[in-house]
Ligand binder design. Structure first.
Ligand code: SF4
Length: 344
């Protein structure tokens, strides 16, 4: 039965301007996806911001760094990375001998796109002695020009580990940069003015309103949100109790959910995160601070895109070996410092 539905399912795949559509996430689709993955000796990894049906059919769900580590240790020789392009590139950097596929190679990231390799070269030329610290949401080309990568969990430790007399160029996220600058009190740190349009859309006004209407809730904030500063400010002035505000990576949110004491948690990050949080702690009412915070790139990994990927072995992710070696060094330095957690 499983093989007989494939022509019908594949015949429905439509390549539209916003990605592949036309296939519903039915039980037959899920069965077909699992069968094709076995046939290809592939493991399917899904980021926390993926559509619930993609998360549910995957072998592993997590944040970008955790998934890259799983990819590197996987026995299968093909990795199907359901996430955005820079994440699949990071998996390829850490697993150069494996075949890495992404269901839709057009799934980019506005944060990673906010700095190009040429812009970074120019910035470095203006500060020739500076250390470059890049968040994992960067392209392989930018990682290759980076001294140390960081995640949202260890960004403070990474910057604190650098000689205090040395300038630091921090990129690409201005909100994470502001958080790190405040925590380290470092004056010689320059911050690139990049942002993720999804996270920047979660603003302080909405958060203030949510804090007022949910006085007993805990608050989970991802530091790339435009509201991270507001959350800390609200905590500081006592309008949102400081012990109820948690600045966390997406992986850290899952751990914190399992230990949360409140019956309600407000979540300030991409809304796909709610699916795993609700699974991790079904007794807690998780609510989005902004329920419009949905990443259109993450949602390009549709049931149709995943099916096409497994049938056609596309889109394959390639990283130039010399660039991968340089990028790998900066990622490995990140893993050695503090607790890298999982980043986004
Ligand atoms: S949510 Fe923002 S940072 Fe994350 S993948 Fe989407 S555009 Fe990039």
């Amino acid at each position: 039965m499983a093989t007989s539905v494939l022509p019908t399912l594949m015949g429905s795949v439509i390549d539209g301007p916003t990605g592949y559509t036309g296939v519903e996430a039915t039980p037959e689709w899920a069965q077909e996806v699992r069968r094709l993955a076995r046939e290809r000796n592939a493991t399917i990894l899904a980021h926390n911001y993926q559509l619930p049906e993609i998360q549910d059919v995957a072998d592993h769900v997590g944040d970008s760094l955790a998934l890259s580590r799983i990819a590197a240790e996987a026995e299968e020789d093909t990795i199907v990375f359901c996430g955005v392009h820079f994440m699949a590139e990071t998996a390829k950097i850490l697993s150069p001998t494996k075949t890495v596929l992404i269901p839709d190679g057009r799934a980019g990231c506005s944060l990673a796109d906010s700095i190009t390799a040429d812009q970074l070269r120019e910035w470095k030329a203006e500060h020739p002695d500076a250390m470059v610290v890049s968040y994992v949401n960067t392209t392989a080309e930018v990682k290759a020009l980076t001294d140390i990568c960081c995640t949202s969990s260890n960004a403070v430790d990474v910057v604190a580990s650098i000689d205090p007399d040395r300038e630091v160029l921090f990129l690409p996220d201005q909100f994470l940069g502001a958080h790190v600058k405040r925590e380290t009190g470092r004056a010689n740190m320059h911050i690139w003015a990049g942002e993720c349009h999804v996270h920047a859309g979660i603003n302080g006004d909405e958060l203030t309103e949510q804090a007022r209407t949910h006085p007993d809730a805990e608050l989970f904030v991802h530091p790339e949100c435009g509201c991270a500063t507001s959350a800390l400010y609200l905590a500081g002035e006592g309008s949102f109790p400081a012990d109820r505000v948690h600045i966390l990576s997406t992986g850290g949110m899952i751990d914190a959910a399992k230990q949360a004491k409140s019956t309600q948690v407000l979540v300030a990050t991409e809304i796909g995160m709610l699916h795993q949080l609700r699974k991790a702690a079904p007794g807690i009412d998780f609510q989005a601070v902004n329920d419009r915070a949905s990443c259109p790139y993450m949602k390009m990994i549709t049931p149709a895109a995943l099916l096409r990927c497994l049938v056609e072995g596309a889109d394959e992710v390639h990283v130039d070996p010399a660039m991968a070696a340089a990028g790998r060094a900066s990622v490995q330095r990140m893993i050695e410092i503090g607790n890298p957690g999982g980043g986004e």
